[in-house]
Design a protein around this ligand. Structure first.
Ligand SMILES: Cc1ncc(COP(=O)(O)O)c(C=O)c1O
Length: 409
């Protein structure tokens, strides 16, 4: 199917209030009891979806499938262009050549794929290695599978860059007899894009101790700094054979509500074991419109992604620059990837005698709806989502400066 007849028009500037629709982000405030005061508009900067329309090529692909046939019966994934679209994207964007379609598996969601690998290689009560700060979805998934979370803290170096602690990881892997580790590349919530040498060392350490690696690369299309993205499986043959990689176009093209993801697993034994477990529930079946959306996104969505990244970068830079004017009260790093930023309020809380609950309530009171960092294992932190129009970011950080940082409250 050809999807080239669409207008190449991207809208990254219109502020669209999604209140009253079905949006999780606009219909909820994630801080219990927090309220937006009258006179302030809502600027939701929490759950990781975007306040932008998806790419025109995605809409065109869905429309083309609807126009081709109004029947939505059982369908053949091979005939949709799913594998070719993924192979093309991986080659053009990540330099990865996939020769065999069979290494790609549809996954109902990235977290579903993560859960499936965990359940393939561990039993209830078994430990799973995670880095902290931690994406809350991993915490929920490991807990729901009734496995035990073992955290290895990422340490900030002199420049504030988050680094893995290899000594700590090895100690924990050995002491707990860990058999599965989840790696997030790029890392949510810190925005870290891992260097090739770090990934190599991580893979070697895990494989040395017989640990299966799950590499969640859902954020790989959002590289906003100078550090290039290195697919975890690409660093060595060892990595290729020992890493199950998870991808999706849902984050990149704002399609989380349409659902869909995919795994790349080169090791046949691992792939078969994971597929066998997934088949037991029969829940891991693709949705025809979601698959056509992926084909439209990956075949003709590159220009959209390039424009989008410029907006995200300028939003994060604006926030970073404003934070630098707050006299060191709040600390953060310019992200290398993702569209989130993790803010450390420790100094602010100490100097102003505030608790993190008070900070979060204050931010929300002026309409800046960010996310509590504590469930991400950031004790005095908040996470901000910058996938919104630049004008919203400017307004949000003006309000934080005026009402949270520079005011007595
Ligand atoms: C690192 C990471 N993995 C997975 C997900 C969720 O993906 P899915 O909805 O496909 O499970 C997110 C969403 O924010 C994420 O940040």
């Amino acid at each position: 199917m050809a999807y080239s007849k669409f207008e190449k028009r991207f809208d990254f500037t219109t502020v669209t209030d999604r209140t009253g629709l079905d949006s999780t982000k606009w219909e909820n405030i994630p801080i219990p009891g927090a309220k937006v005061e009258e006179g302030f508009s809502h600027i939701p900067m929490w759950v990781a979806d975007m306040d932008f329309p998806t790419a025109p090529s995605v809409i065109a692909a869905i429309q083309a499938r609807l126009a081709a046939s109004p029947a939505m019966g059982y369908f053949n994934l091979e005939k949709t262009g799913f594998h070719e679209a993924i192979k093309g994207w991986q080659k053009r964007r990540n330099g990865v050549e996939i020769e065999d379609n069979d290494v790609i598996s549809y996954e109902n969601s990235v977290l579903g794929g993560v859960s499936n690998v965990i359940r393939t290689y561990t039993n209830e009560g078994d430990p799973v290695l995670l880095h902290s700060p931690t994406y809350i979805g991993f915490t929920g998934t490991v807990n729901a599978a009734k496995r035990k979370i073992i955290l290895s803290e990422l340490k900030q170096d002199a420049e504030g860059t988050y680094r893995m602690d290899f000594e700590d990881m090895e100690k924990k892997v050995v002491e707990n007899n860990i058999k599965v580790a989840i790696f997030c590349n790029p890392h949510n919530p810190t925005g870290r894009v891992w260097e090739k040498e770090e990934i190599q060392a991580f893979v070697e350490l895990m494989v040395k101790h017989g640990v299966h690696i799950i590499s969640d690369e859902i954020w790989s299309d959002f590289i906003v700094g100078d550090q290039p993205f290195t697919p975890t499986q690409s660093v060595s043959e060892l990595a290729k054979q020992n890493v199950a990689a998870m991808y999706a176009c849902t984050k990149t093209f704002n399609l989380a509500g349409l659902v869909g993801a995919y795994s790349i697993i080169y090791n046949k034994e691992t792939r078969d074991a994971c597929r066998e477990l997934a088949a037991q529930t029969h829940y891991n079946q693709p949705n025809v419109l979601s698959v056509h959306a992926l084909v439209g996104a990956y075949n003709e969505g590159e220009e959209y992604v390039e424009e989008l990244k410029k907006v995200i970068k300028s939003n994060q830079e604006h926030a970073y620059n404003v934070i630098q004017t707050w006299g060191g009260l709040v600390k953060t790093q310019k992200p290398q990837g993702t569209y989130v930023m993790f803010l450390d309020w420790t100094e602010f809380c100490e100097k102003r005698g505030k608790t993190m609950d008070e900070v979060l309530n204050k931010c929300v009171s002026v309409g800046v709806i960010c996310q509590d960092g504590r469930p991400f294992h950031g004790p005095c932190h908040s996470r901000f989502n910058f996938a919104c129009p630049h004008s919203s970011v400017v307004e949000a950080f003006d309000r934080l400066t005026k009402y949270v940082i520079n005011a007595e409250w």
